[in-house]
Design a protein around this ligand. Structure first.
Ligand code: NAD
Ligand code: LMR
Length: 329
């Protein structure tokens, strides 16, 4: 091994995304084939035994890059020395639960996790929040980690990005590798806006190649935005392997960089670009290099896109106001 192991903390490790994620991290797909990893799994006490079972299986894979697995039910311990934090465990919406109840229940998870990251994380920590509502959970965690640079807290919209690429490629009869520069704007929710106006397909503008406004407005956008619900309906459970895959993609590109001539979508604290209020965690087109991301600037936003971006951003500001009222940020 050429370097010291990177500490990767995964919360909700015994859940379905955790099971799809951990083996890929341990095999080197998160950080690269030269980077050994130490896994630190955080679970609630009732699920620690299941996490221990997963740890046995990880051992049985004899992954050359896996330098150890530790299991915790205490956030402060789990995030001690963490370099990459994947916050997957969250409180799902249960029957009769209002949006405010959901935000409050998740505040009970992401506030102490933000505090634990603040207390013990390594200086280079990078945080990805997967657990829903991902953008606002990331905001809660970030606001309880004042000593960590705010931009290190990100939320996952890469699954939406990948879904949109796949739908567009299918429509145009091309491969996913032919599609570049697609953007997800806004919230990881049904209000998100998958934008093909700057996307390219084999070097040509994607919206022009599609040339079908009805498909765009009535099929593509709602299909991508409601894909999570479609998966739940079909599988009887929310997306897991594809979500884990997107988490791998998100962190991999953040750490190792995005390819020349392309960009990806990440939920990140807004710096005010594109009229998105500063501070809310919203999805933008970004390029990554040297372990940092940068918002792609200068894209022209036509009215069709503007109203959809604004609608999703409005939902994010409402979520922020709701958690503010609950004293969570
Ligand atoms: P799951 O219910 O299978 O697993 C969640 C796990 O989190 C459980 O094992 C639970 O014990 C654990 N957990 C709960 N509270 C915890 C805490 N305080 N600390 C540590 N662990 C805790 O759920 P899943 O299918 O793995 O999904 C996890 C989350 O990811 C959900 O919120 C889901 O909605 C979300 N999700 C997000 C995206 C996205 O694109 N952003 C996609 C799919 C799913
Ligand atoms: C998804 O996009 O698949 C999930 O966020 C859906 C969900 O509600 O868990």
């Amino acid at each position: 091994m050429t370097q010291a192991p990177v500490n990767v903390t995964v919360t909700g490790a015994a859940g379905q995304i955790g099971y799809a994620l951990l083996f890929r991290i341990a095999s080197g797909q998160l950080l690269g084939q030269d980077t050994p990893v130490k896994l630190r799994l955080l679970e609630i006490p009732q699920a620690v035994k299941a996490a221990e079972g997963t740890a046995l299986e990880l051992q049985d894979c004899a992954f050359p890059l896996l330098a150890g697995v530790d299991i915790f039910d205490d956030a402060t311990k789990a995030f001690d020395g963490v370099n990459v934090a994947l916050l997957v465990g969250a409180r799902p919406r249960s029957k009769g639960m209002e949006r405010g109840d959901l935000l409050e229940a998740n505040g009970g998870i992401f506030k102490p996790q933000g505090e634990a990251i603040n207390a013990g994380a390594a200086d280079d920590v990078k945080v990805l929040v997967v657990g829903n509502p991902a953008n606002t959970n990331a905001l809660i965690a970030q606001s309880h980690a004042p000593d960590v640079p705010a931009e290190r807290f990100t939320a996952m919209t890469r699954l939406d990005h990948n879904r949109a690429i796949a739908q567009l490629a299918t429509k145009l009869g091309v491969t996913v590798a032919d599609v570049k520069k697609l953007t997800i704007w806004g919230n990881h929710s049904a209000t998100q806006y998958p934008d093909i106006f700057h996307a390219e397909v084999n070097g040509k503008n994607a919206a022009e190649a599609v040339n079908d406004q009805a498909w765009l407005a009535d099929e593509f956008i709602p299909r991508v935005a409601k894909r999570g619900a479609e998966i739940i309906e079909a599988r009887g459970a929310s997306s897991a392997a594809s979500a884990a895959n997107a988490a791998i993609d998100h962190v991999h590109d953040w750490v190792n960089g995005t390819p020349q001539g392309d960009w990806v979508s990440m939920g990140i604290p807004s710096d005010g670009s594109y009229g998105v209020p500063e501070g809310i965690i919203s999805s933008f087109p970004v390029t990554c290099s040297g372990g940092k991301y940068e918002i792609v600037q200068g894209l022209e936003i036509a009215d069709f896109s503007r109203e959809r971006i604004d609608a999703s951003v409005r939902e994010l500001t409402e979520e922020r106001d709701a958690v503010k009222q609950l004293g969570l940020v």
